[in-house]
Design a protein around this ligand. Structure first.
Ligand code: ADP
Ligand code: MG
Length: 680
């Protein structure tokens, strides 16, 4: 068992109560009754009046008060979509955009994709009739390319603004500008109870509309001592809560899909072993890549007598409201991107979450009744080790994409763009440099023809460049496949615990000389030859869902080829051409084998081939990687063997022959690094 001590209480506005008799009772009420019961409902008229009176309104309210699902509907009912005008509501997360749109369509009694729809990258569920558009913030950003003044929108609601994603932050600057010359455009900035004063200041002191919360008190418990293995500690604590605490569902915050799957498996395993000694425990995962039918399960009411435990990523922090949660278990970590502008390295690491984030999580327990939050860290750690707030993404990510987009929108002076929080100067500079190296900008920093085309494709600049280069190497068919497969990255193969050997063999059977990009191409090609069969996927330990998504992405990219003047052509098995086209996009991501292992070519950083790579055993002298992931080490994921002479061919302006010479060529050790077995 794990010992928790009660330390503090998150104050609520309501008296503590016992949990509601059953979730069923609530469900029986009609959807309209639920709508009327939400905290925002009594403020409907007042809110609409404030929107009518002010161009920009900041809306603050607890998670679950009805901001996302109700406000766009109120606007619709009020006539803001007359004359075919549209309402946009942005979400930082794809899952949220989809799930919220589905919910609103149900509330309005319309088919999803008709009046209400969603639009996320590579997936558009809208039609001519769609007037309520839930979309990711990135998609609204791309709308500016085709409609710089957002003329077809009457209202733009930037939701979950407190998340401060890169795209949301850029939207702020652009929307503020559009609002100046479109006085009839309404701008709503909705946020959990965080940061609203800053948003108000940014939008020239726009008024803040507060929706009073309905929040019950939450008792906060900390562990007595730090926990070494938080995954194990989570599993133990969930069972402990299940066995000792009164009814009420549990919400656990973990950092990503792999961790969540592991935790769910461990929980199910132990429940099975305990058998009828404990009451039924429903274990439900939720993360961005989970298929939507599985996601829907977390919203279903818990059967009487059972308890539900939802194991979630940050997505459940504010984006999704799950009813019936009484207990929150918070290990205090999240997966965070960070960026080093000196080396140009992006990494995704598990880091302690912020205090603000920990309190949002705790708040999830107090939605329907008084709740409890168990933190798997000490009160001292909370006080002394957690940052106050999360650093906005714009300050810890690469900016290539966004800079290219802003340049295409004719915004040249990026240093003076209206940022809520400016990115580090070096990051901006490096983005400009990289875009110059890719040929997207000229030496004056102006967009080139090729840069304009790159911006047309909804993918990273390097990936766009690779697609454009496939024209020269006459292999666009293959490159489209590689691009599509890379975008469903890391979820192609699956490896069930009881069939590890079979799964690994199946994966190795796809290996082709040259590297992982060609392996991906091979998988897709064989799948296509099988007639896109799900049986084929099953037999080869390939995830059918990921493949179907790759096929969708591929189709969409293919549809855009004409716009960027790339013709369809195949390399007819001459994979050197495919590898050169990839190099033309990724010459920035290269590494060479030195006596002390792999070093990146320009920055001389030590890096390692990921043990899952087809090149792990081979250790070629020169390679390029798709991405770097920092876990226990700086691992290169998806690597491709290249020849150094190709770098001069594809990027003569970037590489000099001299730096590609190999002084140790003759004295190369046969093998550097550990074998797969040694790494475990
Ligand atoms: P906010 O944006 O203020 O956090 P939402 O509008 O997302 O609030 O949610 C309001 C309420 O709508 C939730 O408390 C929940 O009761 C209900 N709700 C939202 N999405 C769903 C869903 N997918 N299934 C069932 N109920 C939902
Ligand atoms: Mg919301």
């Amino acid at each position: 068992t794990i010992e928790f001590v009660r330390a503090t209480q998150l104050q609520g506005d309501e008296e503590p109560t016992a949990p509601p008799a059953s979730a069923q009772a609530q469900q029986k009420e009609s959807i309209q009754a639920v709508r009327r019961s939400l905290p925002v409902f009594p403020f409907r008229e007042e809110l609409l009046a404030a929107i009518a009176d002010h161009q920009v309104l900041i809306i603050e309210g607890e998670t679950g008060s009805g901001k996302t699902t109700q406000i766009p509907q109120y606007l619709f009912e009020e006539g803001y979509t007359k004359k075919g005008m549209k309402i946009a509501c942005t979400q930082p997360r794809r899952v949220a955009a989809m799930s919220v749109a589905a919910r609103v369509a149900r509330e309005m009694g319309v088919k999803l994709g008709n009046e209400v729809g969603y639009s996320i990258r590579f997936e558009d569920c809208t039609s001519e009739r769609t007037v309520l558009r839930y979309m990711t913030d990135g998609m609204l950003l791309r709308e500016f390319l085709s409609e710089p003044d957002l003329a077809s929108y009457s209202v733009v609601m930037v939701d979950e603004a407190h998340e401060r994603t890169l795209h949301t932050d850029i939207l702020f600057g652009l929307i503020k500008d559009v609002a100046r010359f479109r006085p009839e455009l309404k701008v709503l900035v909705a946020s959990a109870t965080l940061d609203t004063a800053r948003f108000s200041t940014f939008f020239d002191d726009a008024p803040i509309f507060r929706i009073p919360g309905r929040r019950f008190p939450v008792d906060i418990f900390y562990t007595k001592a730090p926990e070494a293995d938080y995954l194990e500690a989570c599993v133990v604590s969930v069972l402990q809560i299940h066995v000792t605490q009164p009814p009420g569902d549990i919400l656990v915050f973990l950092t990503g899909q792999e961790e969540i799957e592991a935790a769910c498996e461990m929980l199910q395993d132990r429940c099975r072993r305990l058998g009828s000694k404990i009451r039924e425990l429903l274990v439900l995962p939720i993360y961005a890549n989970l298929p939507s039918d599985m996601q829907a399960r977390i919203f279903q009411p818990t059967p009487p007598g059972a308890r539900k435990v939802v194991v979630a990523t940050n997505i459940a922090e504010t984006s999704l409201t799950i009813e019936g949660i009484i207990y929150v278990l918070d290990p205090g970590f999240c997966k965070q991107k960070s960026y080093n502008p000196r080396t140009g390295m992006e990494s995704l690491t598990v880091t302690p979450c912020s205090k603000a984030s920990a309190n949002q999580r705790a708040g999830r327990a107090g939605r329907v009744a008084a709740g409890k939050c168990f933190r798997l860290y000490t009160a001292w750690a909370y006080q002394h080790e957690l940052e106050e707030t999360t650093v906005p993404e714009i300050q810890r990510t690469s900016l290539g994409n966004v800079v290219l987009l802003l340049k295409s929108l004719g915004i040249h002076d990026l240093m003076h763009f209206d940022f809520l929080d400016p990115p580090p100067y070096e990051t901006l500079l490096l983005a400009l440099e990289q875009l110059y190296a890719l040929g997207a900008l000229n030496h004056l920093g102006e967009l080139t023809t090729s840069g304009r085309k790159m911006a047309e494709l909804p993918v990273d600049p390097m990936l766009s460049k690779m697609i454009l280069a496939s024209e020269k190497y006459s292999c666009s068919e293959e490159i489209l496949t590689v691009a599509a497969m890379l975008s469903v990255n890391n979820s192609i193969f699956y490896r069930p615990k009881d069939k590890v050997v079979h799964a690994d063999n199946a994966r190795v059977n796809f290996f082709l000389p040259g590297g992982d990009h060609l392996v991906l191409l091979n998988v897709y090609t064989q799948w296509a030859e099988s007639g896109y069969s799900s049986q084929w996927c099953y037999e080869n330990f390939v995830q059918f869902r990921s493949m179907r998504r790759a096929r969708d992405v591929r189709e969409q990219l293919e549809g855009l080829l004409e716009r960027v003047e790339v013709g369809l052509s195949s390399c007819q098995g001459d994979y050197i051409r495919v590898r050169k086209a990839i190099t033309a996009g990724y010459f920035y991501h290269t590494a060479r084998l030195t006596r002390s292992g792999y070093r990146t070519v320009k920055q001389q950083q030590t890096v390692f081939i990921h043990p899952n790579s087809s090149l792990f055993e081979q250790q070629p002298r020169w390679l390029l990687y798709h991405e770097l992931v920092l876990t226990t080490k700086e691992f290169m994921r998806q690597v491709l063997e290249i020849e150094s002479s190709w770098l001069l061919e594809v990027a003569p302006h970037y590489y000099k022959a001299k730096e590609l010479e190999d002084p140790h060529a003759k004295k190369m050790p046969k093998k550097v690094g550990k074998t797969r077995e040694e790494l475990g």
